[in-house]
Design a protein around this ligand. Sequence first.
Ligand code: PSU
Ligand code: MN
Length: 303
Amino acid sequence: MKIKVSDEVREALLSGKPVVALESTIISHGMPYPKNVQTALMVEDVIRKNGAVPATIAIIKGVPTVGCSKEDIEHLGKAGLTVTKTSRRDIPIVVAKELDGATTVAATMILAEKAGVKIFATGGIGGVHRGAETTMDISADLEELAKTNVNVVCAGAKSILDLKLTLEYLETKGVEVVGYQTDELPAFFTRKSGFKVNCRMDEPVEIAKAINCKDELGLGGGILIVNPIPEEYSMDPEYIEKVIKEAIADADAKGVKGKEITPFLLDKIQKVTGGESLESNIKLVLNNAKLAALIATELSKLQ
Ligand code: PSU
Ligand code: MN
């Protein structure tokens, strides 16, 4: 199976330069056009400014691609929801049918690992949904963190999920959750969730050392690094909770299920908050990109 790695990413990997992977579902399904494309390109810039090489990952006409071009990003952003949201199970189908696939956290981790990229930045991961005790809706992202050797920087997870159960699931699967300059799991739009993380680290170098030890021990799997949204962009917790509850009720009423539920809730939240949440979303992704570049830089000195 051919994986296309861009020249810039291949050269960086060969010479031991820091590289940061980026997902593409956030582009096609996570934000509206054209902000999605602008954000994806800004995220790449931030990574470059902080000394690393960005590798946006997607499947382009059936070819798993590590290091998408600007044209690829523009195409995925414009095509939006018509691009196949691609998690682990979808990869072989999208490749066999020569389709475009926007990779979720899980699928991006798989392709990043194959290319040799160890650090990955995104906004929020999938997790255990509210009501999962009856729906069994648990994102494949969590299973991937347990088995694929890529470390993910995110702003926690949106409280469209059950954050308590998400942490329990990660603990069961042996995934370390490191709070960057925080003792608490952030809740994406807000800096706090009320749930403690297992470990706090205040410096990128400490996180890089932990990743390096995991690799030396051959433990596999990823560390999840949770980075709170900067204070000035965080939203009012009661307001966002109300919006999320309404969005979930609407999804229930409409019978939205399976892989459609996360994009449905994201879109609904964006519409109801009139763009305020989109701005916060963009800022936290940029913040995560910077931290990921700093960790990748420290890791490249150790490996
Ligand atoms: N949460 C967000 N923004 C996103 C996603 C989740 O706040 O864009 C996307 C990511 O690509 C994540 C995927 O990997 O949704 C999870 O989907 P599911 O719950 O169907 O596994
Ligand atoms: Mn699901």
